[in-house]
Design a protein around this ligand. Structure first.
Ligand code: NI
Length: 141
């Protein structure tokens, strides 16, 4: 039986308010219950996606384009992986916010690595990788 450990997390107050609304709407008894489920889902999703099979996917990023060097870093990382990046769509959401949807295709583990690199850049508010399973792509051949 696993031991329960406590840890503290720092978040913006408005983000916490939204998370509390999510917990209420999804009827979680406690925040801990919701966080545990989110962690499990993410880890499951990640395990599924780290094989070497060919997959296609999109990485959606929302970021602050006023953040120094972020634009350059995003472009640089994408230019470093032209064999895996099919296309990029950019939308200017507000005065400072940008939305970028990057279409990727290649080994799942590689796509996961690029996504992690891009999502980890300072100034990225949110990043989500959605992958179509390798089986779907293989079925075509
Ligand atoms: Ni923009």
């Amino acid at each position: 039986m696993s031991e329960i450990v406590r840890f503290s997390v720092s978040v913006e107050d408005d983000l916490l308010a939204r998370f509390d609304r999510y917990c209420e709407e999804e009827r979680f008894a406690t925040r801990s219950e919701a966080v545990r489920q989110l962690i499990r889902n993410k880890l499951t999703q990640r395990a599924w996606a780290t094989d070497a099979g060919e997959v296609a996917g999109t990485l959606t990023l929302v970021y602050d384009h006023h953040r120094p060097q972020l634009r350059d870093r995003l472009t640089q990382v994408q230019h470093d992986h032209t064999g895996l990046i099919v296309s990029t769509l950019h939308a200017h959401l507000t005065h400072s916010l940008c939305l970028e949807v990057i279409v990727l295709r290649g080994p799942a583990g590689e796509l996961q690595k690029i996504a992690a690199e891009l999502k980890g850049l300072k100034g990225i508010y949110t990043g989500e990788l959605v992958m179509a399973s390798g089986e779907m792509l293989d079925a075509e051949h």
